[in-house]
Design a binder for this molecule. Structure first.
Ligand SMILES: NC(=O)C1=CN([C@@H]2O[C@H](COP(=O)(O)OP(=O)(O)OC[C@H]3O[C@@H](n4cnc5c(N)ncnc54)[C@H](OP(=O)(O)O)[C@@H]3O)[C@@H](O)[C@H]2O)C=CC1
Ligand SMILES: O=C(O)C1=N[C@H](C(=O)O)C[C@H](O)C1
Length: 212
């Protein structure tokens, strides 16, 4: 397929471009801080950028009338609503984490959440020093799936691709679930799966849970 990437010069943008090209897809369009790269219209747009770029992405998706895969974190409630409105016309896949491991993590949380009443529960996330948002989108997803107001601690260290740990403790024991992305490739592979998933869809709002 012919792909377009918003944030194509960024860490995730480059990883996604490399993976798709390895799989014989073609990068034909991009948007980044210094403007537009245009070779030909894309058949899909992938956005890994910043919340402030969202309205540009929305305009381009409408212009090209193509599916959108969006992994940008820190989106505001009204931007999520705008995505749902967009999904009436084109397929949209939105997730704050495109790794398979975090999907399994969320399933474990779902299994545990009604069995840990009265336990101390905390989330710790660690990311590279360049990450702009805090806490991570994934930590927020984990908190949301617990249905509890749990504290999140954020560490910004070196070049860590993405670590999330959920700690649960009573007076006698500590239980934890931990996920470590060893590189950004894990997220890019989830994006590729999502792109394949939307090819036969006309419209609809999906998360990565729907994809796998
Ligand atoms: N859902 C998931 O699985 C994952 C989500 N993410 C999320 O993806 C997003 C991108 O992460 P990452 O690739 O590390 O970030 P980067 O900062 O490396 O990439 C973002 C890109 O967007 C560019 N940019 C900045 N401002 C603008 C602007 N106004 N208009 C257009 N482009 C702009 C940046 O340019 P410049 O560098 O010059 O500022 C950069 O090239 C983040 O929200 C992150 O949390 C990351 C990994 C996985
Ligand atoms: O910015 C990153 O790098 C990451 N962001 C996502 C998040 O905020 O949860 C996903 C992943 O952990 C990497």
């Amino acid at each position: 397929m012919k792909i377009g990437i918003v944030g194509y010069k960024g860490r995730m943008g480059k990883e996604i471009k490399d993976l798709f090209e390895e799989k014989n897809h073609e990068f034909v369009w991009g948007y980044d801080k210094d403007g537009e790269y245009f070779q030909e219209p894309p058949q899909i747009i992938i956005d890994f950028s910043l919340p402030e770029v969202f309205e540009k992405t929305e305009d381009y998706v409408k212009k090209f009338k193509v599916p959108l895969i969006i992994g940008t974190t820190g989106l505001r409630d009204e931007q999520i609503e705008a995505l749902k409105a967009l999904a009436k016309d084109v397929p949209v896949v939105q997730s704050y984490n495109f790794s398979i491991g975090i999907q399994l993590f969320l399933k474990m949380v779902d299994f545990l959440k009604d069995k840990i009443d009265g336990w101390d529960i905390e989330i710790v996330e660690t990311h590279h020093r360049f990450k702009k948002d805090k806490p991570s989108g994934t930590a927020k997803m984990i908190k949301e799936s617990l249905d509890k107001d749990v504290p999140i601690s954020s560490l910004r260290l070196g070049n860590v691709a993405g670590d999330h740990v959920l700690y649960m403790a009573n007076l006698g024991e500590v239980l934890s679930i931990s996920h470590r992305a060893l590189s950004r490739r894990a997220f890019a592979e989830g994006v590729l799966k999502s792109a394949e998933f939307v090819t036969n869809k006309k419209n609809g709002y999906f998360t990565f849970t729907d994809v796998i």
